[in-house]
Design a protein around this ligand. Structure first.
Ligand code: TPP
Ligand code: MG
Length: 381
């Protein structure tokens, strides 16, 4: 069924949404991409944004799919595995072009909010691998065009980020560069999961990337990351300032009152990176921002906390037994994250972010990406 369906389409893409067990799918998905000649649009939480032999894995589909280039390259077909993708531009691109859409969904979740699925398959990785046997080698340069576009997008993004002080996009990019092999990254909802989707690049070394999608709560994020760290995997959690406040109690999950630390035998290796932009800034990316009274918007949606996350963390560090570092550059972040085994226990790294500068930078990155792909530079952030 899958092989006949795939053989009928030349310009397809494979979309990999959030999957805890994405590793299990890697070989089958790579075989499918090679046999079909389709690129892989894998968000980091799928575990498949990684180097896969002979496969075009895009890093920047979230930005590419905002551009006129993407509408000039509409897909005939989409094969999706995993949960509902995080990228809104990806969802909108599929809704606009209505390609044939196969959903490989072995647990029958039917997560398809925009009713795009035309073929629902309750098959696992073995059946996907089997389906590739009868696919003949593709001749089109379709995947190569995606690779070229992705490289142009990457250069445009670097052009902006390398010239400017550290903001949220740069933090997301740096986590992919600095975290050692075999680490886990837990990303909070709100902007962190989106920034990691937009800016964390394909790596050769394994990095497990997890998030609590579904209802997309900003609660319990530190506790969930502590659970990952408690399994013995060194874990970094990227969290916004409100989500950090929501789950300060999670920092006590592994605290040993006897020693006053988290670093007892078998204790976790947990690093909490807080991007402190003064409240819930995701709402300022919505169309309503700028249309309603700024004071009301701030009070009702942004809800800026009274104290900075650095003030909060430095006040709590001794009482809750964690280290606190207040940093402002990529180099400082790299120095804290990059050395394997250099740390045991819990530490909190706070980074101050100017919310206006951050929003403006996202806008300029979207515009630079569009211009790099031959557009007018008016893409929305
Ligand atoms: C438990 C819960 N309460 C409220 C919300 C609504 N909500 C979504 S994003 C957000 C703001 C999050 O702020 P922060 O963690 O600082 O991230 P930022 O928006 O700045 O990236 C809120 C309150 C939610 N998703 N989950
Ligand atoms: Mg915030």
């Amino acid at each position: 069924m899958l092989s006949e369906w795939a053989a009928a389409h030349e310009r397809g893409v494979v979309v990999a949404g959030p999957m805890w067990d994405g590793d299990r799918w890697a070989d089958a998905v790579a075989a499918f991409c090679r046999a079909s000649g389709w690129p892989l649009l894998a968000e980091p939480c799928s575990q498949l944004r990684r180097e896969l032999d002979g496969v075009v894995v895009t890093d920047h589909h979230d930005l590419l799919l905002r551009t006129a280039w993407a509408d000039a390259e509409p897909p005939d077909a989409v094969l999706r595995i995993g949960g509902a993708p995080t990228s809104k531009p990806l969802r909108l691109w599929i809704e606009r072009h209505r390609p044939a859409f196969a959903f490989v969904d072995p647990a029958s979740t039917w997560t398809d909010a925009s009713f795009s699925v035309s073929l629902h398959l309750t098959i696992g990785p073995d059946a996907v691998a089997d389906a590739t046997r009868t696919l003949s080698a593709p001749e089109s340069r379709w995947a190569q065009r995606w690779a070229d576009a992705d490289a142009h997008a990457g250069a445009a993004i670097d052009g902006v980020l390398d010239a400017e002080p550290l903001l949220e996009a740069g933090v997301a990019r740096q986590l992919g560069r600095s975290l050692p092999a075999g680490h886990a990254l837990y990303v909070s909802n709100s902007m962190p999961v989106r920034d990691v989707d937009s800016f964390l690049r394909t790596r050769a070394e394994p990095l497990a990337v997890h998030a609590s999608r579904g209802a997309s709560g900003i609660d319990g994020v530190i506790s969930a990351a502590t659970g990952v760290a408690a399994s013995g995997t060194p874990t970094t959690v990227l969290v916004g300032d409100l989500a950090f406040r929501h789950d300060l109690g999670g920092l006590l999950g592994t605290f040993d009152p006897g020693s006053g630390t988290h670093a007892g035998p078998g204790g976790p290796d947990l690093t909490v990176v807080v991007v402190d932009n003064g409240g819930g800034t995701i709402f300022s990316f919505l169309p309503a921002y700028g249309l309603i009274d700024p004071e009301a918007f701030d009070r009702l949606l942004t809800t800026p906390p009274e104290h900075s996350s650095s003030q909060l963390a430095s006040g709590l560090a001794a009482a809750m037994g964690f280290e606190h570092h207040h940093i402002g550059t990529c180099d400082e972040l790299h120095a804290l994250l990059a050395v394997p085994g250099s740390h045991r226990g819990v530490r909190v790294i706070t980074i101050d972010i100017d919310a206006d500068a951050n929003r403006d930078q996202h806008r300029r990155i979207a515009a630079a990406t569009e211009m790099a792909l031959g557009g007018s530079g008016t893409a929305e952030p």
